[in-house]
Design a protein around this ligand. Structure first.
Ligand code: PEP
Length: 257
């Protein structure tokens, strides 16, 4: 774990208009110091309409905060009304893009083929995917969380080269823990994150698997993040609700304190 820099990413979902986004990033900028950035990579995944505002702040003040979008189109351009392409995101200097978030899978019917096409689209445009996988409550109750999540991983990584996969971030997000206040135990998180790393070693090789960052997501807060981060295969958190409060997000970034 020591060679992997933890990634703390805030997923704002459909919250914070561009004025609120500016105020929020300013709060992060004033609070975070080089000590924080040396220890942890910090990212915000913001609504498309906030990206330009966030870019202006980050570029203008040379902030070390990374930013990105919560989804992208599988297509590069054309007659896809309402869609946003990877090239549009890379023009705004996004570093990351979330792909396959459970809310996209649930409300927009994204299946493994769509998720795989979006991972490929991200790589075509120099964006790093934060690939979200994880089981629902019925699967968890049946004890099938590991095979279910690994099948999602296999589908998402179909035809993705080792060179590409070496930079991916995987977010293990059990759906029953997202926005519910019901956090997975550290052992639950470790079980699946460890299995994901094992599968990466099978699909590619051990060196690649050891380098890829695997986040946990699902009701992470300052009060539970340290125990989760203590697990050997957990390399960061994807944070929804708690990331909307800048002070709370800073406490999460400082999970070691
Ligand atoms: C998420 O949106 O990815 C998430 C984990 O949300 P929350 O932290 O609110 O459970």
């Amino acid at each position: 774990q020591s060679t992997r820099t933890p990634l703390m990413a805030g997923n704002w979902k459909m919250n914070l208009n561009h004025l609120e986004a500016i105020a929020h990033v300013q709060k992060l900028a004033f609070a975070l110091t080089d000590k924080d950035y040396d220890a942890v990579e910090v990212a915000v995944l913001v609504p498309y309409t906030d990206l330009r505002s966030v870019q202006t702040l980050v570029d203008g003040d040379k902030l070390k905060i990374k930013y990105g979008a919560q989804d992208l189109s599988a297509q590069d351009s054309g007659a896809y009304t309402g869609e946003i392409s990877g090239s549009m995101l890379s023009k705004l200097k996004c570093a990351y893009v979330a792909i396959g978030h459970s809310e996209r899978r649930q409300y927009h019917g994204e299946d493994e083929a769509v998720v795989n096409a979006k991972v490929k689209a991200a790589y075509r445009h120099g964006l790093t995917p934060i690939l979200c996988v994880g089981e629902g409550l019925d699967i968890r109750k049946a004890g099938e969380q590991v095979p279910y999540t690994l099948a999602q991983l296999d589908g998402a990584l179909k035809d993705i080269t080792a060179e590409q996969a070496a930079t991916i971030v995987i977010a293990y997000e059990p759906v029953w823990a997202i926005g519910t206040g019901e956090v997975a135990t550290p052992e639950d998180a470790q079980e699946v994150c460890g299995a994901i790393r094992g599968r990466l070693a099978e699909l590619y090789d051990q060196e690649l698997a050891d380098a890829v960052r695997i986040q946990y997501g699902g009701s992470v807060k300052s009060g539970n993040v340290a125990a989760i981060m203590a697990q050997p295969d957990v390399d960061g958190a994807l944070v929804g609700g708690a990331a909307l409060d800048a002070e709370e997000f800073v406490r999460i970034v400082r999970f070691r304190d």
